[in-house]
Design a protein around this ligand. Sequence first.
Ligand SMILES: [Zn+2]
Ligand SMILES: [Zn+2]
Length: 376
Amino acid sequence: MELKKPPSYSSTPGTQRPSQPLQQYHPTQCATTCTHEIHRSAPAHTPYCPACITKSAKTNLEFAQGKLLLTGGLDNPPRLRDADWKRANLVYQTALRALEKVRKKDQLRWERENAWDAAHASSEASGGQITPYCNVCTSVSTEPLNTSLDRVQDDVAWWEKPGGLASYLGSPTPPRSRPPRPKSGTVPAGRGSSMGYIVRELRAALAASESEQREWYRRYETECAVRRKYDLGENSSFEPTFWDSPISSAKVRELFHEAQEIKLKNERFARGNKLRPRPPRSSLSRCETAEEFEIDEEFKEKMRLEEEAEEAERMEREAQKVGEEVGYLYWVGCMNLVEEWKEDFLRSNHNLVWRDRMQPPEEMALSEEDTIMEEA
Ligand SMILES: [Zn+2]
Ligand SMILES: [Zn+2]
């Protein structure tokens, strides 16, 4: 990129004086720190002019170059490159990059300012009416601008209105305020250092917010409990300070009794000073005890017979059930008796009927009986 020579803003007798409207819209500006004249389109807060910035970058580079030369220079053989050389080389490379950056920015700024100058020059040549704002800037700007100074918009905040903020009396760049550096080797005192101050402030703020939160939670919890207990609606409200010293239970009870008495008094007055009507007799008063209840002998006998009949019927039902399901557990007898019980035998479960072959032979011979065992 071809770097062009940046223009000088110092007012020399040869340069053309700006016309009156340009001076009105864009007055001559000075850098806030180095106080050199800068371009009219530069922002109000510009600490250094472009020349000073370039000069500073060049000085830095020269200083770094000198340091590097003292440690051996750029062409130092690798075996001689020690820590000092590396540090100096690093500083030199950084300064080189910074100067390159400054040059690029300077070039862009110079082009921008040229375009600005050309636009304003053509506007002046064509002439025009005197307006409160620069015609070129208002046509370039996309934001809607108020064309009347007298009309003050109502929807803007007070600090955005013209003259709303106090104007700066001195330099718009405030002097740099730095806390005194602690001496090297000494531990910064907690009370004196700014960090200690910040920590103390933060702790105090934290403690205050925590206590406020606790208070709020306690109040909210109590209020919720009271509202739930007495079924209070939205229309009953409490003062925030009420829960700091709530009314004691004794006092509440006293007030409640007073209210009850007043209510009863009013009711009595409404009745015409008569006694209250007595409530109807309770249904519990008609109760009778077991001793008072009398039973005659005939009824007793009838009840006993009924109970006996019921018991007999139950026994019969049980016996029938056992006879059907269980049958005979053990049966001994001659074979002709089998004929007599044949029907029951056939009805029985034959898997459960077996002949006891382990019976002693003399007994078998003696009686010639079958042993039928049936299990439930
Ligand atoms: Zn300067
Ligand atoms: Zn302008």
